[in-house]
Design a binder for this molecule. Structure first.
Ligand SMILES: NC(=O)c1ccc[n+]([C@@H]2O[C@H](COP(=O)([O-])OP(=O)(O)OC[C@H]3O[C@@H](n4cnc5c(N)ncnc54)[C@H](OP(=O)(O)O)[C@@H]3O)[C@@H](O)[C@H]2O)c1
Length: 437
C-alpha cells in the first residue's frame, strides 16, 4: 500500500496522493500531542533495587500516587504495611488488598488502621510498633497521605479539633515519625533506611506565622472575621463584604494545605538533623543510616487533584469532564507521579547519597571530577533528581526549632483534650448502661 502511494507521489506530485495534506496535518498534530504528553509526563525512574525482605510502611497508599508506589514496590517483593483510615475488616479494603496481592503476586501486604484525623489513633499504632521487645525491621516509611479541602467550603475539623488539611497533611505525620523515632534509630547500622515524605510545590505559598498558627489550625480564624453586616451604607456594605471574602479566602484551606506542606518539609529536614544528632550521642559516632527524602511528584491526575480542580462541586466535576483532554495532556498519571518516589526508594546509595557540586546536573548521579562529599539526607527530590530548596526557611535552624516546639505543644494539648473527652464519653456510656441494667 505505501509503495504505490510513494510511486504516485514521485511520478505525479504530492497532491496526487489522496488525502495527502489532511494526513500530513493530522500526523503533525499527533506528533505535537505526543511530544507534549511526553514532556508533561516528567522523568522516568531508571533505578532498580531488590526490594525482597524490605519492610515498607506507607500512609496514603490506597489511592493516587501512593497506590502506584505501593504497586511498584509490592511487585518487587517488598513487604507493605498500609496505614489506612479504615479498619482492616472493612470489606472494600480487604478486597483492595486481596486484588493487590493477586496482581503483584505478593502475599506480604497488610493494613493497619491509622486514622490521621486522630492523634490517638496514630499513637496507638506507633506505640504498638515500638513496644515490640526486639525492634521490628523497618526499611522505609513513605508519608504520602494528604488532604486539601475544597476552596469554597469551610474545611472539616478533625477529632482533635484541628483543621483537617493541617492535621492529616502535617501534624499526624510529625507525630508518627516522632513516636517511631526509637524504632528507626534501632535499625542495624548497615541497613539503608529511607523516609520518603510527599511534598508539593505549593509549599512556596505556605506562611508559617507562629503568632496566628494556633488560631489558623484550629479553624478559629475562619469564623472570626468581623461582622460588618450592620453598616447601613449599601455601597460600603458591598465593599466590606468583598473585604471580608478576600480575608476569608486568604485563610482558606488551600493556604493551610500549603502551610502544612511547608511545615512538613521543615519538620522532615529537622527530623534528619535529629537522627544525625542521635547517631553521634554519647560514645557512639557512627554515620547515620537513615535518610529523609522530600519528594515532589509533580501535578498528577489523582483523586486528590480532581477534588481540588472540581472544588468538590458537581458543576466543577462537569467542567472537569468537559475539559478532561486538557488535564489528560498536562497532568501526569499517578504512575508517572510515582516515578520520583520510586527513584528515591530504589536509587543505589552512592548515586543518591553522594552529591555533585551542581545539584541540577546529571539526575543527581556523581559527575566525573565533581566534589564527592557524603551528605546526610534531608534533600528535595523532583523529576528523579536532587533539587535545591527554593525557600531558605526550610533549612533554617531557628524556624525548625520553633516549629518542633509548636508541634510538640499542640500535639500534647490536643491529645490531653481528646483523652478527657473520651474519658467523659466512656463515663457517660457506663452510667447509661448502669441505668439500663
Ligand atoms: N496529585 C498531585 O498533583 C500532587 C502534587 C504534589 C504533591 N502531591 C502530594 O502527593 C501525595 C499523594 O497525593 P494524591 O493526589 O495521590 O493523594 P490522594 O489521591 O488524594 O490520596 C490521599 C491519600 O491519603 C489518604 N488519607 C486521607 N485522609 C486520611 C486519614 N485521615 N487517615 C489516613 N489516610 C488518609 C487517603 O486514604 P483513603 O484512600 O482511605 O481516602 C489516600 O490514600 C499527597 O501528599 C499530596 O499532597 C500530590
Amino acid at each position: 500500500m505505501p509503495i504505490p502511494l510513494i510511486t504516485l507521489g514521485i511520478s505525479e506530485g504530492f497532491s496526487a496522493i489522496p488525502y495527502a495534506y489532511t494526513a500530513t496535518k493530522l500526523a503533525a498534530v499527533a506528533a505535537v500531542i505526543a511530544a507534549l504528553k511526553y514532556y508533561f509526563g516528567g522523568a522516568r525512574n531508571p533505578a532498580e533495587r531488590v526490594m525482597h525482605s524490605k519492610v515498607v510502611m506507607v500512609t496514603g497508599g490506597t489511592s493516587g500516587i501512593g497506590a502506584s508506589i505501593v504497586y511498584e514496590l509490592a511487585s518487587r517483593g517488598a513487604q507493605i504495611i498500609l496505614l489506612t483510615q479504615h479498619p482492616p475488616t472493612d470489606v472494600f479494603l480487604a478486597d483492595y488488598i486481596q486484588d493487590l496481592r493477586d496482581a503483584t503476586n505478593n502475599q506480604l501486604i497488610y493494613a493497619e488502621q491509622v486514622d490521621l484525623r486522630s492523634l490517638h489513633s496514630v499513637r496507638q499504632f506507633a506505640t504498638k510498633w515500638i513496644d515490640n521487645s526486639s525492634p521490628r525491621r523497618l526499611d522505609m516509611v513513605i508519608l504520602c497521605a494528604g488532604t486539601q479541602s475544597p476552596r469554597s467550603k469551610t474545611p472539616d475539623l478533625t477529632e482533635d479539633g484541628l483543621v483537617e488539611d493541617w492535621q492529616v497533611t502535617y501534624l499526624a505525620h510529625a507525630h508518627l515519625l516522632s513516636i517511631l523515632s526509637p524504632a528507626i534509630r534501632a535499625q542495624p547500622p548497615d541497613r539503608d533506611v529511607r523516609i520518603l515524605v510527599a511534598t508539593c510545590s505549593s509549599y512556596l505559598r505556605g506562611e508559617l506565622d507562629f503568632g496566628s498558627l494556633e488560631k489558623l489550625t484550629t479553624g478559629a480564624t475562619m469564623d472570626s472575621a468581623p461582622d460588618q453586616t450592620k453598616k447601613k451604607d449599601p455601597k460600603n456594605r458591598k465593599d466590606q463584604k468583598e473585604k471580608k471574602d478576600k480575608k476569608k479566602k486568604k485563610k482558606k484551606p488551600t493556604d493551610l494545605y500549603a502551610t502544612a506542606k511547608l511545615a512538613l518539609m521543615i519538620f522532615a529536614h529537622n527530623f534528619q538533623k535529629h537522627l544525625i544528632a542521635a547517631s553521634k550521642r554519647g560514645d557512639e559516632d557512627r554515620p547515620v543510616n537513615t535518610r529523609v527524602l522530600l519528594v515532589d511528584p509533580g501535578f498528577s491526575r489523582t483523586p486528590g487533584m480532581r477534588r481540588w480542580l472540581t472544588d468538590g462541586s458537581l458543576w466543577g466535576l462537569l467542567l472537569y469532564l468537559l475539559t478532561w483532554p486538557i488535564w489528560w495532556l498536562i497532568l501526569k498519571s499517578p504512575q508517572q507521579g510515582a516515578q520520583s518516589f520510586l527513584w528515591a526508594a530504589m536509587e543505589s546509595p552512592p548515586a543518591l547519597f553522594y552529591s555533585s557540586s551542581s545539584s541540577s546536573s546529571s539526575r543527581g548521579h556523581i559527575v566525573e571530577g565533581s566534589e564527592k562529599k557524603k551528605e546526610e539526607g534531608g534533600w528535595l527530590i523532583k523529576e528523579c533528581r536532587r533539587m535545591k530548596f527554593l525557600r531558605e526557611d526550610v533549612t533554617d535552624e531557628a524556624v525548625g526549632k520553633k516549629l518542633w516546639e509548636f508541634s510538640e505543644k499542640q500535639i500534647e494539648a490536643k491529645e490531653k483534650e481528646s483523652a478527657l473527652r473520651r474519658a467523659k464519653e466512656k463515663k457517660k456510656k457506663e452510667e447509661k448502661e448502669k441505668k439500663q441494667k
